[in-house]
Design a protein around this ligand. Structure first.
Ligand SMILES: [Zn+2]
Length: 249
């Protein structure tokens, strides 16, 4: 009997996951399985009134989240609108209706000029890509994106934030980690010198150190990560993150 129950449960999980994948591809039939999130609109009970936003040409989730003051930034906005946006958070289309969960009430009309102010971490071409596989990384894949620059190139904070750590970190060599207002963390590794200290606030584009070849490297470069938490392993695609914040790469 217990085995049967187990089997039934895992079957359900598989179905749900399959439905989620189908939904990301745009199939509408998955809706009932996804369940509670965002499906209240038509029921007429006193669900909190959700503000909606119609995507315009040139919009990104980051732009919308910043302009509409969505708590949790573009990630929250994406979470709330996965069914509309689909699997690629970097791809939204004009005319799509987004739910602005957590948007500040009066923000919609007052801050249309406030754009996300982000920059590249360093002036240099992209080298080893995010998620490249290889034996040199303890996770089995590359948890950041490398920028090919010689030692001594200015490394800049990609956005405003607070330095949470600045110092030696094993194979990352000299490393700076910054927490940003959207709750994500940027990491800059293998620096030859560090120009900031923990607790310091920085602005977008502020120099935080110089690139180098410290730690586990085969040559000078900037290793750049974006993480959703301070912990190793919570990395997300750094270039997608920067593009979502209006950076041209
Ligand atoms: Zn790297």
């Amino acid at each position: 009997m217990p085995a049967k129950g187990k089997h039934r449960r895992s079957t359900t999980q598989r179905l749900t996951r399959a439905a989620a994948v189908a939904s990301a591809g745009g199939a509408a039939l998955a809706l009932p399985l996804i369940g509670a999130t965002g499906a209240h609109a038509a029921t007429g009970d006193a669900a909190p009134a959700a503000t909606t936003y119609t995507v315009k040409a040139g919009d990104t989730l980051a732009k919308i989240a910043a302009a509409q003051h969505v708590d949790g930034g573009w990630q929250k906005l994406y979470e709330a609108n996965k069914k509309v946006v689909g699997a690629d958070a970097g791809l939204i289309k004009p005319g799509q209706q987004l739910t602005l969960e957590g948007a500040a009430p009066a923000a919609a009309t007052t801050t249309s000029t406030a754009t996300a102010d982000y920059v590249k971490p360093v002036d240099g071409p992209v080298g080893t890509a995010y998620h490249a596989s290889g034996s040199s990384w303890s996770s089995g894949y590359h948890t950041g994106t490398d920028f090919v620059v010689s030692t001594g190139t200015a490394v800049k904070a990609v956005g405003a934030g607070t330095v949470v750590s600045a110092g030696w970190d094993g194979s990352y060599g000299n490393e700076v980690v910054i927490k940003h207002a959207d709750g994500d963390y940027s990491q800059y590794a293998h620096l030859s010198s560090i120009g900031v200290s923990a607790g310091q606030t920085v602005t977008a584009g502020q120099q935080i150190g110089l690139s180098g070849a410290t730690g586990n490297v085969t040559g000078p470069h900037l290793h750049f990560e974006i993480r959703t938490s301070p912990q190793y392993g919570s990395d997300i695609d750094p270039l997608t993150y920067l593009r979502d914040h209006g950076v041209t790469l």
